[in-house]
Ligand binder design. Structure first.
Ligand SMILES: Cc1cc2nc3c(=O)[nH]c(=O)nc-3n(C[C@H](O)[C@H](O)[C@H](O)COP(=O)(O)OP(=O)(O)OC[C@H]3O[C@@H](n4cnc5c(N)ncnc54)[C@H](O)[C@@H]3O)c2cc1C
Length: 408
């Protein structure tokens, strides 16, 4: 087990500097254009694929870094470049992690390469869980998966919403209800292979921020997938459902559902994205405050401005420490006894919203225009308190964990 240290090792520093270079030279200069176009930045994803950033290998290397700091460090640098483009680059990773966490070795080997494609023909993947009536309340999911034993096929019907890369993905990972009596424990995940009839894109959302990332509804109408597309396989699913039914009948101890446990562990990664956006806005504001002159002196000479920057930097560093702690705990198998994963996401995402708003204030009128990047960063930052569990849901998780009470 890796001892915790705040010193990045030489390999980590090299990766960080390489990512920072890509973020500064390729992502940041393209940010404004793709934000305005509100389209997936395919050429930038292709560049990332060419240098090896958009690949399973790179993602897996960071994921399995024994210190736990690989993923947060990578997310911070890429999202420092631009949140919308970075989400287009890492969005496939959400679906890939779904397969890595629940799939068999054969499923991992078959589907993950198809999610990424290759540098000459890049592909993306989508993870589809949320529905119009099942956002925070995942147990209200309605999309059904019914097994057709005669054909060894699963038939999926329902509407998914808010899916990053939904409808444009080569591979969709879809979460569906297989036993409606069991709430979220009766859910299972399915691969929908490329060009499967019945899957179509619904509405594409026009968003407030992260506009370079494609977000859409995914409609599933009698989508038939082969039995081997059930992640983990039928035998494992049947065993899991049998255990859940037994527990439900005996009124036994409430066991944390696997998806929720995965979310708890993945939340620090979203916290790290928020740290990247916050740091980017803080740096622009610091630079501006040093050079903008009013009343015959740089505006940073005023405590009213300098103290704001002091608070911004302090909160960013505090957020990063919470993120790193949670990532280290998740990687080294330490249980989140105080919901440390949720704490890191809550604090970092709220910090990003606050810091980006302060950055606009420090830039004055310029901050309010699209000539400067902080207004885009502020629009982007709003997503962090919403996806992968809203701030209210993080507080609910933390409060329930601390109190042991079913707080509502
Ligand atoms: C840009 C974007 C990308 C996304 N990408 C994906 C994706 O790739 N795949 C995917 O499956 N989903 C994705 N999502 C969905 C996202 O995870 C949900 O939007 C989120 O979980 C919130 O659900 P909701 O929007 O239905 O809000 P709701 O659950 O309706 O919540 C509305 C408000 O009520 C509050 N609230 C709800 N319940 C409680 C409670 N018990 N106590 C206190 N407050 C409460 C919430 O905090 C929120 O403020 C994405 C969303 C967006 C906007």
């Amino acid at each position: 087990m890796a001892e915790f240290t705040l010193d990045l090792n030489d390999d980590q520093k090299q990766v960080r500097d390489w990512l920072h270079g890509f973020a500064a030279d390729v992502i940041r200069p393209a940010a404004s254009e793709w934000d305005e176009r509100e389209e997936t930045p395919w050429p930038v994803i292709q560049e990332a694929a060419k240098v090896g950033i958009y690949s399973l290998d790179f993602y897996a290397q960071q994921f399995f870094d024994p210190t736990g700091l690989g993923i947060p460090m990578a997310m911070e640098e890429l999202f420092w470049g631009d949140a919308g483009i970075a989400l287009s680059i890492v969005g496939t990773g959400l679906a890939a992690v779904g397969v890595l966490a629940n799939g068999t070795e054969e499923q991992i080997g078959t589907w993950i390469p198809q999610m990424y494609g290759d540098a000459n023909d890049v592909k993306v993947a989508a993870f589809c869980s949320s529905e119009p009536d099942a956002g925070s309340d995942v147990a209200s999911m309605r999309t059904r998966a019914v097994y057709d034993q005669a054909k060894d096929e699963w038939v999926l019907n329902g509407i998914k919403t808010w899916a990053t890369n939904g409808g444009i993905a080569n591979v969709h990972v879809v979460v569906a209800v297989v036993d409606s009596e069991l709430g979220s424990k009766g859910h299972a995940s399915f691969i929908v292979p490329p060009d499967t009839p019945g899957l179509s894109q619904g509405q594409k959302f026009k968003k407030h921020g992260i506009r370079a990332s494609h977000t859409a509804e995914v409609v599933l109408e009698d989508v038939r997938v082969p039995g081997h597309c059930l992640l983990g396989g039928k035998e494992k699913l049947d065993q899991r459902l049998a255990r859940a039914r037994e527990r439900a009948q005996s009124g036994g101890e409430r066991v944390k559902n696997a998806a929720m446990a995965t979310f708890e562990a993945s939340r620090p990664a979203v916290g790290a994205m928020a740290v990247g956006t916050a740091r980017a806005a803080y740096e622009v504001a610091l630079d501006y405050a040093r050079t903008r002159t009013q009343f015959g002196r740089p505006i940073i000479d005023n405590q009213g401005v300098a103290f704001q920057l002091a608070d911004m930097r302090t909160q960013i560093d505090a957020a990063r420490l919470l993120v790193w702690r949670a990532s280290w705990m998740a990687t080294t198998g330490k249980p989140f006894e105080s919901a440390e994963g949720s704490m890191s996401k809550l604090y970092a995402s709220e910090t990003a919203k606050k810091v980006t708003a302060q950055a606009i204030q420090i830039l004055g009128g310029n901050g309010f225009t699209r000539e400067y990047p902080v207004e885009r960063m502020h629009r982007d930052a709003a997503i962090y308190t919403i996806f992968e569990g809203t701030s209210e849901i993080q507080r609910l998780v933390i409060a329930r964990t601390l109190s042991g009470m079913p707080i509502r």
